[in-house]
Design a protein around this ligand. Structure first.
Ligand code: FAD
Length: 387
């Protein structure tokens, strides 16, 4: 059954929070830094390396592999502060959030020793190679396939919406390794491969987004040779592994803090002025919701630390969190008495325009609302089916 245990930060965890706040204030001083919106913030490898040097990437990965042996809650604290600050997290985001944990869980010893220290140091970046032109929510219908060739595999197919594939180093690609008509269930016969995005035969073409950015790509694999030692986990177990990867992808503060910098900037603009009723209403609602989502999300992290597998709880946090991120944008738009202008140079307007154009994606990326509701609803069945 779905379960959110009440939990609070310990004194040591609060101390970590203060350290991250002090680091950000020194590293990205207010007024000299342009905040980004959640995981869409800028990519800055030098900044990611600094986080790595402080031990704030791959925190829950064992020290043997370059990590810190710390907890999911510690990672939650660091990411919450980074996102609140609008820090440039993009370079390390996917690697820290989900690729590191799945390589730790399913990777070979050689893969762990090679990739994990680089992830923890902020040196390498990963993309998520799941969605295809005709397979999004119904991911198991995917057509990208890998065929055995000597010691390795030959990969063919097309992925789409692959964020940052034109700049990132690797993608974890979910593909079919046994033809669909040779397995009774469409979720069988799939595998995950770690693919070098600069390998021969890989073409990553950015797709322009409505706000003018072009960060996600169509990726074509044209007979790409993937060495056998780049298979992640077991051949044929790709679906199960991919499902556990999605649990890392949902439920974190990146699913409810994307529009926070807009509220922060609004507060800075109105500082010293009178708190009129409409602003007070907006702030009261927003603060209450942030507090609830913070507690739910923290509870998911605590559950991971105590051996839980809160995939269903994480789905619910993402469903509620991403709707809230959009509500914040709409509430701020309703409050301000101007039409946000793309040409405006005010930071507040810039953030609001970008959020207005990109917020529809909040409830699509990482699984749509309808899909998350289905996952959560299955978790409410007495049998707990669907886990
Ligand atoms: C900004 C952004 C970044 C992304 N980055 C990545 C990435 O890096 N890597 C990657 O692999 N993918 C990425 N995606 C893709 C994302 O995961 C898919 O867009 C998402 O899973 C939905 O798939 P789809 O777009 O094919 O929509 P569809 O699956 O075609 O869905 C269309 C509509 O039908 C609804 N629907 C579908 N099935 C059901 C059902 N069974 N019950 C009820 N309703 C249903 C959906 O909720 C949706 O409203 C990204 C998407 C966005 C917007």
């Amino acid at each position: 059954m779905m379960r959110f245990d009440l939990t609070e930060l310990t004194a040591a965890e609060r101390a970590l929070q203060s350290q991250v706040r002090a680091f950000l204030a020194a590293e990205l001083p207010v007024g000299q830094h342009t905040p980004g919106l959640g995981m869409d913030a800028r990519s800055d490898k030098a900044f990611s390396r600094k986080l790595g040097a402080r031990g704030w990437l791959g925190m829950a990965i064992p020290k043997t592999y370059g990590g810190q042996d710390r907890s999911a809650v510690d990672r939650f604290i660091v990411t919450e502060e980074l996102l609140r600050w609008g820090a440039p997290v993009r370079h390390h985001w996917v690697a820290d959030r989900q690729t590191g944990p799945i390589i730790l869980r399913y990777g070979t010893e050689a893969q762990r020793r090679h990739f994990l220290p680089l992830i923890c140091a902020g040196e390498i970046s990963f993309s998520i190679g799941m969605s295809e032109p005709d397979s999004g929510s119904d991911l198991a219908s995917l057509k990208t396939k890998a065929t055995r060739d000597g010691d390795g595999w030959v990969l063919e197919g097309t992925k789409i919406w692959t964020t940052m594939a034109h700049e990132n180093d690797y993608a974890v690609v979910l593909c079919r390794t046994t033809p669909r008509d040779e397995v009774p269930d469409k979720r069988q016969g799939m595998s995950q491969l770690i693919v070098d995005l600069r390998a021969e035969g890989v073409t990553a073409t950015p797709i322009e987004f409505i706000d003018g950015s072009a960060d996600f790509c169509e990726v074509v694999f044209d007979e790409v040779f993937v060495p056998g030692d780049m298979v992640l986990g077991e051949i044929g177990a790709g679906w199960t592994q991919n499902t556990s990867e999605l649990a890392y992808e949902r439920g974190g503060p990146d699913r409810w803090l994307s529009s926070f910098p807009i509220v922060q900037e609004l507060l800075r603009l109105r500082a010293g002025g009178t708190l009129d009723d409409s602003l007070a209403d907006l702030l009261g609602g927003v603060v209450a919701s942030y507090s609830v989502l913070h507690n739910l999300s923290l509870s998911v992290a605590r559950s991971i630390d105590t051996g839980g597998a809160p995939a269903i709880e994480a789905s619910l946090v993402k469903e509620m969190g991403t709707r809230f991120e959009q509500d914040v944008v709409n509430a701020v738009l309703a409050l301000v008495d101007f039409e946000p202008n793309v040409a405006s140079r005010s930071l507040f307007e810039e953030l609001l325009v970008t959020a207005t154009l990109t917020a529809p994606a909040f409830t699509i990326r990482g699984g749509t609302l309808e899909v998350l509701r289905s996952v959560a609803a299955r978790g409410l069945q007495p049998s707990g089916g669907g886990r």
